[in-house]
Design a protein around this ligand. Structure first.
Ligand SMILES: [Zn+2]
Ligand SMILES: [Zn+2]
Length: 186
């Protein structure tokens, strides 16, 4: 869905989109698994910067709901994630803030984005908002043991020999102690 300021005259444009899985390429470790419902409204905002200097902004207030599959940061197993979030963003025409430096402005006012001459693509906005809403680091479970750095085995499922070998050499003395303690407690 492409939105231009002309679409928002005279009335705001209702947004009711269903984005199918696969339509948006999020990131290598983020996959949309159910249709994503995006609902809201696009408005036109006039910024009067001078007597003849009017900037046409696009404001999008919307929400998205859908399910995603992420990868565990430790063991890389898929994790299901339910996304449900609102956003309220303003987009200025690209280049309008050039003399002030777009970077400086977007850092100060994080809610400001920019749209190109041919309009704003709702899918691009949704993609960015979904990625921002995801947890920084997702784990399949709090105590995920991750992957063995040597054999690549998932340590939640298997105890591989490489770990045992390492333990044997490092803790040889203590293991003998442990064995003695065990036999005593029997
Ligand atoms: Zn994990
Ligand atoms: Zn291993």
């Amino acid at each position: 869905m492409r939105i231009t300021p002309a679409d928002l005259i005279p009335d705001p444009l209702p947004i009711a989109e269903v984005i199918q899985p696969g339509a948006i390429d999020y990131a290598p470790d983020v996959r949309q698994t159910t249709p994503l419902t995006v609902k809201g409204e696009a408005d036109r905002i006039e910024e009067h910067r001078g007597p003849k200097d009017v900037v046409e902004d696009i404001r999008i207030r919307a929400s998205f709901v859908g399910d995603f599959e992420l990868l565990c940061a430790r063991c890389l197993e898929p994790i299901s994630y339910h996304a449900d979030q609102d956003f309220d963003l303003i987009f200025r025409p690209s280049g309008v803030d050039a003399e002030m430096g777009e970077r400086a402005i977007s850092e100060a006012e994080t809610e400001i984005g920019y749209y190109e001459k041919n309009g704003l693509l709702l899918e691009d906005v949704v993609r960015e908002q979904v990625l921002l809403s995801l947890p920084d680091r997702s784990l399949c479970r709090d105590d995920c043991k991750g992957i063995c750095a040597r054999c690549g085995g998932n340590l939640n499922e298997t105890v591989c020999n490489c770990v045992e070998t390492e333990v044997d050499t490092r803790w040889a003395g203590l293991q003998g102690f442990g064995a003695a303690a065990k036999s005593e407690s029997k």
